[in-house]
Design a protein around this ligand. Structure first.
Ligand SMILES: Nc1ncnc2c1ncn2[C@@H]1O[C@H](COP(=O)(O)OP(=O)(O)O)[C@@H](O)[C@H]1O
Ligand SMILES: [Mg+2]
Length: 1032
């Protein structure tokens, strides 16, 4: 069979998690049958719809069974899609495929925490697709065996299990217990097999329980690998491969199929990787595999709709190599895209849906597989049969052919032997695996026993799937906890910032205490401790930068309390609280909190451990930089002072030079990843050399060092200089507070705005305007003077620094900077800039009345060049006046040409072009505005602008004529109206009554219109006289 088969796509939306509930999130996902729609939280009218093969509503309408802990639909046939329902649709199909001999692949895609692992692996007792599939596989084998045996056919079915992780393009065998090869396992390619992982452990299994056991083992390896490599599981892909071999003796058919089950890395990484510019972006592969998967899917989707695709980049990443057959090849493939329902995840969810949308177009060509081994068995059997036939024929012929018979018999035995070897090999494998499994089982029983005897600490991971996997027991006595391996009185842990001997755990007289050792960091319940502390059941313990454990007390202390409440988020919130950041335990409070604000806080909390780790790495690698998170308030950079969003940045300080950098969040995340890579290499080197020497990592050139960046000027803060009084030509002289991004006072800045003559002489008081609109169409000259800065915090911190003030006004293209002032806490600036609008436009007037100039305080550091405006000279005319409000100039055809110095003609042309573009833009906007005004939309203008007499007169005439239209209509209807021929006296009287009523209305209307006109004319005349000063 060689048919085309589209990738099947399912989407699933999970319940709110605690964080989303606390934030008062709204569900923005809706589903009906197999279609799904998502609402833009900022624009509720905007809904996007998608259609997939399956849509699973697992958001609401469920109950948790008290006894079993299973999530079940509230009522039978309810809309809630539980694990079983998902398995029925997706799992059964995959199983059926595999049994028929097709390869199948199941991929889970979605942002971290959206429910990928829940769907794939599940959380006990809510088993996911993988364990359910395995259970059903062995059940099916058994059923199958029974029926087949009845039919006299023997089916041997073998299942091989392997489990691997791809992290940073390295393959880690999750079932191998030996030491891991540096650089991971190799991915090789063979003509028949395609890509495969060399030396990957594949374990034969004969029960679902055994597979579950192996998965547990794999998860454990994953957890330790994560702490060891300081890796984040959300960045790694987990791949489980089930190899199924079936030998059907009667049909002489052997089928082999692979089931790939893939829990992909969090999709959010891909976006953040591509969103931000960073000097070191080129070299990063935050998740090369995920990015490439996206590219492969795009290429295949394009191909499916008939677009020409030159190249599908399978070979660009490890994951796509291994999944090559699943994507556009020999496999039946299902993707489950998981979504968070919450409004704050809108962007991510939308991007997941788009990704899934593309994936559903991919076409595969699945075929039933026969592997070389199976073919061999088949061929051997065939040969046997042939030989038998010849043998019997020889006997019949009665010819004495002793030699030939002997030879044939030999061949026969040889063949049979080979067949037997193939079968016994499997038996042997199985036996080995069983022995292995028994050992594992013994370990688990042992662990259970220990749990009932001793207190212990339990690992808590950011990934819920990896939490509670590692248990470190604290039997009676005194134990060193730290890296130290091999000593009998120690508990060995690894991770960033963990010392050789980190702390001492003492279990004495049914009390457990923890004593941090010198130089090591220990945090208990959010507080850093340095003294011996007694641990209480369910205390949260953080060792080093980010090794998080929950203390489980003596069995008698435990009670019925479940520890699941203390997840990773709980640890983080507790830490944040210690830093003074409180987040909505109290739901009434948080309901009112702006979700975008909450999102920022959660971001902050999530980044905290990363920053701690970056600091630890910096320290261990002797990088001499410190990282610190800051919440930047964007209100400071808005010229209208609106409270916009907040943003997280990372402040990087060099510990000895005191140089400072500010990194965006995306840049930090990117750099952190690179740091990990370098740190990992460093550790490997250390292991190899076993010296303290390698610590400098001096070999790394600066340009490639993620801890290093060239020094650059730093935006320290801003001050708002409000322009309103300029609209009245009133001067301003103010002491302004320059506020840093966190609201701290960075300096005081003395600034003036002086309305002046074109020669720069200040205007007198008699030039003050009562009505700003009088500025329209006239020339306005202003000097902005920056006198002095006081109390510069930046210079106080370190004397060899400097500052500059930068700003830009209205439509001027370039920023103006003051000269750099170095090493002075209260530097004189005496910087004057003369601005002029040759023809004040409405826009400039509006700007003056509502906006402020943002005066930016820039910090200079040793080794960085000061800031200059590239266009500064171009915009100033010969007297150094900066012409603004080009819109107004365009109106009167005043050319700014005389302002330009004859520079290179090309650059001037470019500038002209830019200018033209901008003028066009402003004109467009102006047109737009005028249009809305014409439609009566803008009432502010009629208030603030005094129209000319002619215009006023025109308008009142227009009003008069308008009212006259209805008067005329009334007159016409009066004229047309006649009494009917046959009407009697009563009828006539009624007619006259009606007529006189209409006549009355008519005359009233006419009267009103005329008097309105009279009134308007009188007002216009009065105003005109008022303006001419002849009214007394
Ligand atoms: N369909 C669901 N029903 C109930 N809980 C869910 C569901 N999907 C996810 N969860 C919960 O959400 C959390 C994150 O899910 P997880 O599968 O670990 O996310 P991911 O693997 O995508 O990072 C887990 O605590 C899990 O129990
Ligand atoms: Mg997961």
């Amino acid at each position: 069979m060689h048919s085309r088969d589209c990738v099947k796509v399912a989407v699933r939306v999970r319940p709110f998690n605690k964080r989303e509930r606390d934030a008062g999130s709204r569900c923005i996902i809706a589903m009906a049958a197999s279609s799904i729609s998502i609402q833009d939280p900022r624009d509720p009218q905007c809904r996007r719809s998608f259609c997939f093969d399956y849509a699973y509503w697992s958001h609401s309408g469920y109950v948790i069974d008290d006894r079993t802990g299973l999530y079940l639909p509230e009522e039978a046939g309810g809309r809630y899609a539980d694990q079983e329902c998902v398995f029925q649709d997706l799992g059964e199909g995959i199983l059926e495929n595999a049994l028929q001999g097709y390869n199948s692949t199941l991929l889970a895609y979605g942002q971290t925490g959206s429910g990928k692992s829940y769907s794939m692996v599940g959380y006990k007792p809510n088993k996911g697709l993988v364990p359910k599939l395995c259970e059903r596989l062995f059940e099916a084998s058994k059923e199958n065996q029974d029926t087949r045996q009845c039919q006299g056919s023997i089916c041997t079915r073998t299942v091989f299990f392997s489990m691997l992780e791809i992290y940073n393009e390295q393959v880690v065998d999750l079932l191998s217990r030996g030491s891991r090869p540096p650089g991971g396992l190799r991915v090789r390619e063979e003509q028949h097999r395609g890509f495969y992982v060399e030396g990957l452990r594949t374990v034969p299994c004969d029960s679902a329980a055994q597979i579950e056991q192996l998965m547990e083992q794999g998860t454990r390896t994953r957890t330790t690998a994560a702490t060891l490599m300081n890796a984040n599981s959300s960045r790694s892909h987990m791949l489980i491969v089930l190899q199924l071999k079936q030998i059907l003796s009667k049909e002489s058919v052997t089928k082999q199929s692979n089931i790939n089950l893939v829990d992909l890395a969090g999709s959010e990484r891909q976006r953040s990787a591509s969103s931000e510019a960073d000097r070191l972006k080129e070299g990063t592969a935050i998740n090369l595999s995920l990015t490439t998967l996206g590219n492969v899917i795009s290429a295949l989707a394009d191909m499916a709709v008939g677009r020409k695709v030159v190249h599908v980049p399978y070979r660009d990443s490890v994951l796509t190599k291994l999944l090559q057959s699943a994507l556009g090849g020999n496999s039946r493939t299902v993707m489950i895209a998981t979504l968070s329902p919450a409004d704050i995840c809108y962007e991510e969810s939308l991007s997941t849906l788009r990704y899934a949308e593309r994936a559903k177009h991919i076409q595969n060509r699945p075929v039933v597989n026969e592997s070389p081994t199976e073919r061999l068995v088949k061929e051997l059997k065939a040969e046997n049969a042939r030989l038998m036939q010849r043998l019997s024929r020889l006997g019949q012929d009665g010819r004495s052919a002793n030699d030939e018979t002997k030879e044939i018999r030999q061949l026969l035995t040889h063949n049979e032997l080979q067949i037997r070897t193939i079968h016994t090999l499997w038996e042997q494998h199985l036996q080995e695996a069983l022995k292995d499994w028994e050992q594992q089982y013994a370990n688990i029983t042992q662990e259970r026993r220990m749990m009932q005897m001793h207190p212990y600490i339990l690992n808590i991971n950011e990934d819920a799937q990896l939490s509670g996997v590692v248990k470190l027991f604290i039997p009676e006595g005194e134990w060193d906890i730290g890296i130290n391996e091999g000593t009998s009185r120690s508990i060995s842990i690894k991770g960033l910032g963990i010392q050789q001997r980190h702390a001492v755990l003492k279990n004495e007289q049914r009390h457990v205490t923890l004593t941090p050792l010198k130089g090591s960091k220990v945090t208990i319940n959010g507080r850093v401790v340095s003294q011996t502390t007694e641990l209480q059941h369910l205390d949260r313990v953080i060792l080093g930068s980010n090794c998080t454990y929950l203390y489980i007390g003596f069995p008698s202390e435990r009670g019925a309390n479940d520890w699941s409440r203390y997840d990773y988020d709980y640890f983080l919130s507790e830490l944040a609280e210690a830093e003074g950041i409180h987040l909505g335990e109290n739901s009434t409070d948080s309901c009112q909190t702006d979700p975008s604000l909450l999102a920022v806080f959660y971001d902050y909390i999530r980044l905290m451990p990363l920053v701690a780790e970056a600091n630890q790495m910096s320290q261990e690698l002797n990088k001499g930089v410190e990282f610190k998170l800051e919440i930047k308030n964007l209100v400071l950079s808005d010229s209208k002072g609106h409270d916009l969003e907040k943003e997280i940045v990372c402040r990087v300080t060099s510990t000895h030079s005191k140089q400072v950098w500010v990194w965006s969040k995306a840049k930090f995340v990117n750099r952190k990843f690179l740091m990990e890579e370098i740190y990992q290499k460093h550790l490997e080197e250390m292991k190899g050399q076993n010296t303290e020497e390698g610590l400098s990592t001096a070999a790394l050139p600066r340009e490639k060092d993620p801890f290093w960046d060239p020094v650059e000027p730093l935006l320290l803060g801003t001050a708002h200089l409000w322009l309103q009084s300029l609209a009245f030509r009133i001067p301003v002289d103010e002491q302004l507070e320059v506020l840093g991004s966190e609201g701290s006072e960075e300096a005081i800045l003395q600034a003036k705005l002086i309305p002046c003559t074109p020669d720069g002489l200040p205007l007198g008081e008699d030039e003050i305007l009562i009505e700003p609109s009088e500025l329209l169409g006239r020339r306005l000259d202003v000097q902005l003077v920056l006198e002095q800065c006081f109390g510069l915090h930046w210079i106080r911190e370190s004397r060899d620094r400097g500052i500059q003030i930068g700003f830009h006004l209205f439509d001027s293209a370039s920023r103006v900077y003051t000269a750099a002032a170095w090493r002075h806490v209260n530097p004189m600036l005496r910087h004057t800039v003369h601005f002029a609008s040759l023809n004040v436009s409405q826009q400039l007037l509006d700007y003056l009345q509502t906006s402020a100039v943002l005066l930016e305080l820039w910090g200079l550091q040793e080794g960085c060049a000061s800031l200059v405006s590239p266009l500064e000279r171009a915009r100033g005319n010969t007297e150094g006046i900066f012409i603004i409000d080009l819109n107004g100039m365009a109106d009167t055809n005043v050319q700014p040409a005389d302002c330009l110095e004859p520079n290179s003609s090309l650059s001037r042309l470019q500038r002209d072009l830019e200018e033209q573009k901008r003028v066009n833009n402003t004109l467009l906007k102006e047109n737009q505005r005028l249009r809305t005004q014409l439609n009566g939309g803008d009432s502010t203008r009629s208030r603030s602008v005094r129209p000319s007499c002619d215009a006023e007169f025109a308008r009142s005439l227009k009003r008069f004529y308008h009212s006259m239209t209805s008067v005329r209509a009334q007159l016409q209807s009066l004229q047309r109206r006649r009494p009917c021929e046959s009407c009697d006296l009563l009828g006539l009287r009624l007619f006259v009554d009606e007529h006189s009523g209409m006549l009355k209305d008519f005359s009233e209307n006419l009267e009103q219109s005329v008097s309105a006109l009279k009134h308007d004319v009188a007002t216009i005349v009065r105003r005109k006289r008022e303006r001419l000063g002849t009214w007394s």
